[in-house]
Design a protein around this ligand. Structure first.
Ligand SMILES: [Zn+2]
Length: 303
């Protein structure tokens, strides 16, 4: 099937804008329940989009999913951002990309964005919430409502000393990417669930962080679920008990992942994680007590 850079599910068009992509870390570091063997045994389909057999490093994309739904423009997650001080995480520290230009080239003007979803408050999901205006951080999407999980606000915010103050990054990213949105009156803190529109609903999916969430799409006969960082590698869809080293509560993350993957298989939801390269979206099916991958979406990775 011919691939394009967007797909349409029901009344919703879906495409993505890449901030950057590249090697992340050795497979067993990312998924501590796997071994080098696990990755080599699956090399044929993991390479090159998800794992590099030469370096044996996983490959990740940092990207924003863009949805056109009911006449609105919705962004899911906003990447790392430019010029951020992130001393604990070299990969995110003082990054500089042309992401705003990429967004515009993809047809997304900042003032036309209606809704920004932060699936959770990690540094690679909130960065372009804001941009630098004369030395001050201000919302990059001046007319958008920013949907922020209340549980992550409570955990990463000043009320909890920025995730207990272990990492300077947590305070820095809250202050440069979240606090300015609150000050501008553009944030909506949600819990339990949140109906975005007739096609899209936010639901809690805790574990990776306390407030981690998924966006469910149901439009006509089509179904999808944007799972954020619940999944960093398609191997986790085959084995949902496999949490990543980035999950704050790996046990809770595994319980959530199994529930979401089971539902995706039963309800034929296309699974769309935050960071997968290649097609970026895949179906999952039950098979013999476990799971197998179905079709990858006919969607090419933008350059
Ligand atoms: Zn992430």
């Amino acid at each position: 099937m011919e691939s394009s850079q967007s797909i349409v599910l029901g009344d919703v068009e879906i495409f993505r804008v890449i901030e950057w992509r590249g090697p992340l870390m050795p497979g067993p570091d990312l998924l501590p329940d796997t071994t080098e063997r696990t990755w080599r045994d699956n090399a044929e389909w993991l390479a090159p989009d998800h794992w590099d057999p030469g370096t044996e490093l996983t490959v990740a994309a940092v990207q924003t999913w863009v949805l056109r739904s009911g006449g609105r423009t919705i962004l899911i997650d906003t990447g790392v951002g430019n010029d951020r001080e992130r001393p604990s995480r070299e990969l995110f520290n003082r990054r500089h990309t042309d992401f705003p230009d990429r967004l515009e080239r993809a047809g997304v003007r900042p003032e036309e964005v209606d809704i920004v979803v932060n699936t959770h408050l990690h540094g690679d999901h909130v960065g372009w919430n804001t941009h630098d205006v004369h030395g001050e951080w201000a919302p990059a999407f001046p007319n958008a409502r920013y949907l922020i999980p209340a549980a992550d606000e409570a955990y990463f915010g000043p009320g909890n000393n920025y995730a207990s103050g272990h990492r300077p990054d947590d305070r820095l990213l809250y202050e440069d990417s979240i606090a300015p949105v609150h000050r501008a009156g553009q944030s909506v803190l949600w819990e339990d669930s949140y109906r975005i529109d007739e096609n899209l609903t936010l639901e809690p999916a805790p574990g990776h962080t306390p407030g981690s969430s998924v966006v469910r799409l149901a439009s006509g006969a089509d179904r999808a679920v944007f799972v954020g960082d619940m999944v960093h590698s398609p191997l986790q869809l085959l084995n949902p008990s496999c949490s990543s080293c980035l999950c704050l509560d790996p046990r809770e993350a595994a319980i959530t992942r199994r529930r979401v993957v089971e539902r995706a298989a039963d309800e034929r939801e296309l699974v769309i994680p935050a960071h997968l390269g290649g097609s970026g979206a895949v179906e999952v099916r039950r098979a013999g007590g476990g799971f197998v991958l179905g079709e990858w979406a006919a969607m090419s990775q933008p350059r």
